[in-house]
Design a protein around this ligand. Structure first.
Ligand code: RBV
Length: 428
């Protein structure tokens, strides 16, 4: 085990200044996270996590830091690292590491070796609960430290890609403890994936390139929840949206929404901005690069950097240079320039100016995360190893907290209505 990997505080040159800035970012986020605030108050009073060690691999920036502190406020010891080499804010990581119950190993710009060493450092804390975004922590525990599994109550997974991997692992009979599919809840998927990915991906691309959406032909690869959000928000900013899909019902849905639906082979020649959201590999490959227009922008909004085949692009290119901060230009033999944003890593978090999803939607996602951790501590033994849907009442609880904070009132079923909905014998 790597018991030598240093925490972020040991890696920063001016720790105090970094911590102050990180703390300032966190205070701003906190002010807009009423769900985490309400849960924190409950956890401070009840101390549900006393004696638990929570291991986390997530995008370590201000909003995530509020989740980490919320869990620590409930009595947990927390060890955290990043889930992407480019999404960490070192100042926030430093501020977290100053907390007496929190150790942060997250650092921006780590190479593969450091990334996994930091995950091992989290595992060194022998977590009793894991909170993951992308499943790298669960994978490392199962592959390298299976002896810890007996001591693990369960876990929670943030994102589509992670849940997909966990379900594959579960289907193979390889997942040895229960994990909640936080991503799949209404409070997460209908807001974070749709609005969060839509807004933050487009904002990051626009800020990084300083280019307009108006009148652009924007190709959105994948029409899942993330793709829907990106397509809708791009159309809302006056882009002409083209959707590519492999799933016939989703392709039809995109068509009926009024988008052009094309195979990538055809979309490649017409698009001006390409945004991948599929979660699958090899979505934009050599044949596509060969047809693209001069000056196109290529960006990925999926969890991993596998959707755009950058090896093939590097191979095709006769020259490559940093055109702007966060934009790498690849020049082809005939002079065309193809511009890749944020190294093809998830663009809403990995570009230099990226801030991740908006605060409000992360409050919801992290509210569900925190409620899942509480459920594991309270009722963990009720869940067998495998992927579990989050109990619907927990998701509703988070929605009610948010509605109350927004001052939105809503109706409840009457007893007669409830009886009617539960019965099968009220016909014509
Ligand atoms: N995500 N986190 C942020 N902390 O700023 N932004 C997006 C943040 C999460 C989001 O929930 C998504 O499912 C996941 O990142 C993809 O890795």
């Amino acid at each position: 085990m790597s018991d030598t990997y240093p925490s972020i505080s040991e890696q920063l040159t001016d720790v105090e200044t970094a911590r102050q800035e990180g703390r300032r970012k966190m205070e701003w986020a906190r002010q807009h996270m009423p769900i985490c605030e309400a849960l924190r108050e409950e956890f401070v009073a009840d101390q549900p996590f006393a004696g638990e060690r929570i291991g986390m691999a997530m995008h370590v920036e201000a909003k995530t830091a509020i989740l980490v502190e919320t869990l620590a406020a409930g009595g947990a010891e927390v060890a955290v690292t990043g889930c992407n080499p480019l999404s960490t804010h070192d100042d926030v990581s430093g501020a977290l590491d100053a907390h007496e119950s929190i150790t942060s190993y997250a650092k921006r710009g780590v190479d593969d070796g450091e990334y996994y060493a930091a995950i091992e450092a989290v595992i060194d804390h022998e977590p009793t609960i894991t909170v993951d975004d992308g499943m790298d922590l669960v994978a490392a525990i199962h592959e390298e430290y299976p002896e810890l599994i007996d001591g693990i109550v369960g876990g929670a997974e943030e994102t589509t890609t992670g849940v997909h991997r966990l379900r594959a692992m579960d289907a193979d009979g390889a997942l040895a403890y229960p994990v909640f599919a936080v991503n799949d809840t209404p409070m997460k998927r209908l807001f974070d994936n749709v609005h969060g990915t839509g807004e933050s991906s487009l904002a990051s691309i626009a800020m990084t390139t300083n280019l307009s959406w108006a009148g652009k032909i924007v190709v959105v690869a994948g029409f899942g929840h993330c793709g829907k959000g990106v397509a809708r928000k791009a159309a809302g900013q006056n882009a002409n949206v083209v959707v590519t899909e492999v799933e016939p019902r989703r392709a039809l849905e995109a068509h009926m929404e009024g988008y052009d639906v094309l195979p990538m082979d055809e979309a490649a020649a017409v698009g001006e901005v390409f945004i991948t959201t599929t979660g699958n590999r090899d979505v934009i490959v050599r044949d596509h690069f060969e047809q693209m227009r001069d000056g196109v922008i290529l960006a990925n909004a999926g969890h991993f950097d596998i959707e755009i085949d950058l090896d093939a692009l590097a191979d095709l290119a006769v020259d490559t240079y940093e055109a702007r901060d966060g934009v790498q230009a690849y020049e082809l033999e005939d002079g065309r320039r193809l511009n890749v944003v944020a190294e093809g890593r998830l663009v809403n978090l990995a570009a230099p100016i990226s801030l991740g999803h908006p605060v409000e939607v992360m409050d919801q996602s992290f509210g569900v995360q925190a409620a899942c951790v509480r459920e594991l501590v309270e009722n963990g033994e009720a869940y067998a190893p495998g992927v579990h849907d989050v109990p619907d009442e927990l998701d509703r609880e988070i929605a009610e907290i948010k509605l109350a904070a927004e001052g939105v009132e809503h109706d409840s079923l009457t007893d007669t209505q409830r009886e009617y909905m539960d019965s099968w014998d009220h016909g014509t």
